[in-house]
Design a protein around this ligand. Structure first.
Ligand code: 2U9
Length: 347
């Protein structure tokens, strides 16, 4: 092996290293030229056969060549490693400017929306919201509301009884009865609305559900008149169904109010001319109300010769069905998201 051959071997290896495109090929070059059977090993092995004069120069050049090759190898190795990392980073990079995938969010249930609208409306008129137990005592659900033991509304057919004395409340009125019983008039009048779930034994169909919602109002003070009730209900009708609404009170009967009325609003669809919503009458029934029966006041320990007031009750299910054109009460309780999503509220 001459010095020239050694130098041209170096050139050959450097060119081979330059042309390498990945770490695998670089390793092939290493094995081919520097491996056990490669020319470099041969050269090193052949050193021993050289004369004493030739050996130092050949040894020096061979070391230079080996170092140059090793340096080129190392440089290429690092270049390929960094290229590999660069490629990986480019591949794994995240474009933070891309729009994200839409997250499926829930929405406030339509019934909850309507109950909240009603609460806000009455809070705006100075009422407080009061809630109470759904599992109730017969005493608060019936007895205190002037529904004695033999009253037809207490029929086993209509009420879910748990024991003889405990039941699922059939209306939210027991919440008012409990409030009246513990009220201290030196702190001011009673002015409350009581929303919540109520239960009645019923066969479910498009207009009946064994569990539905109610919101009832109660005002007790000195000098409360039916004119106050009428003004309150007119304000409710206009705020809930439009400023153009008129109301109509028809005589009715409830055991807990006397006199009792039912309230109709002028039809919000046809304005009173007659249509499918008001069934041709021009009027839509929306709630019941009346002046609290003296028996109810006395049973709660309130002197009916000094205090009196009015009460009203309505079904948010019915209000929501009318206002949003829902044709089946069961939609509120079967939780089909296709129904619920139609009433999505914007936050
Ligand atoms: C007390 C005294 C009086 C609440 C009232 C009504 C009339 C009424 C129904 C309408 C449809 C309930 O949702 S509905 O089924 N309610 O017509 N409710 S007066 O009177 C009370 C309540 C509590 C202590």
């Amino acid at each position: 092996m001459s010095i020239d051959k050694l130098r041209s071997l170096k050139e050959e290896v450097i060119v081979a290293i330059t042309n390498v495109v990945d770490l695998g090929q670089l390793n092939d070059v290493r094995v081919k030229f520097l491996g056990k059977k490669g020319p470099m090993t041969e050269i090193m092995k052949g050193m021993g056969k050289l004369s004493n004069e030739e050996r130092p120069l050949m040894g020096k050049v061979a070391n230079e060549v080996r170092e140059a090759i090793n340096a080129a190898m190392e440089e290429k190795h690092q270049a390929l490693e960094s290229a590999k990392i660069e490629a990986q980073l480019a591949h794994e990079s995240i474009d933070v400017t891309l729009p994200s995938r839409a997250v499926q969010t829930g929405t406030t249930h339509l019934l909850t929306q309507v109950v909240e609208q009603l609460e806000d409306l009455f809070i705006g008129m100075g009422y407080s919201v009061v809630e109470g137990p759904e599992v109730e005592q017969d005493h608060y659900n019936f007895e205190m509301l002037n529904l004695p033991k033999d009253h037809p509304a207490r029929d086993m057919q209509d009420t879910f009884y748990i024991t003889d004395e405990v039941l699922l409340r059939t209306h939210t009125s027991p919440v008012q009865a409990r409030t009246m019983e513990k009220h201290d008039f030196s702190t001011g009048p009673i002015k409350i609305v009581c929303p919540g779930k109520v239960y009645r034994r019923d066969s479910d169909d498009a207009t009946h559900s064994h569990q539905f919602t109610q919101i009832e109002g109660l005002v007790i003070d000195k000098h409360v008149t039916m004119a106050d009730l009428k003004g309150t209900l007119t304000a409710f009708a206009k705020k809930m169904f439009g400023e153009e609404r008129e109301i109509r009170l028809r005589p009715s009967f409830f055991p807990f109010t006397e006199p009792s009325v039912e309230m109709d609003i002028s039809c919000f669809k046809c304005g009173g001319a007659g249509c499918n919503v008001c069934k041709g009458t021009g009027w839509i029934e929306v709630l019941g109300a009346g002046m609290v029966h003296p028996n109810v006041l006395e049973m709660a320990g309130i002197d009916s010769s000094i205090y009196g007031g009015f009460a009203f009750g309505m079904g948010p299910d019915r209000i929501a069905m009318l206002k949003y054109g829902v044709d089946d009460i069961r939609h509120f309780y079967t939780n089909d998201v296709r129904f619920l999503q139609q009433f999505k509220v914007k936050d």
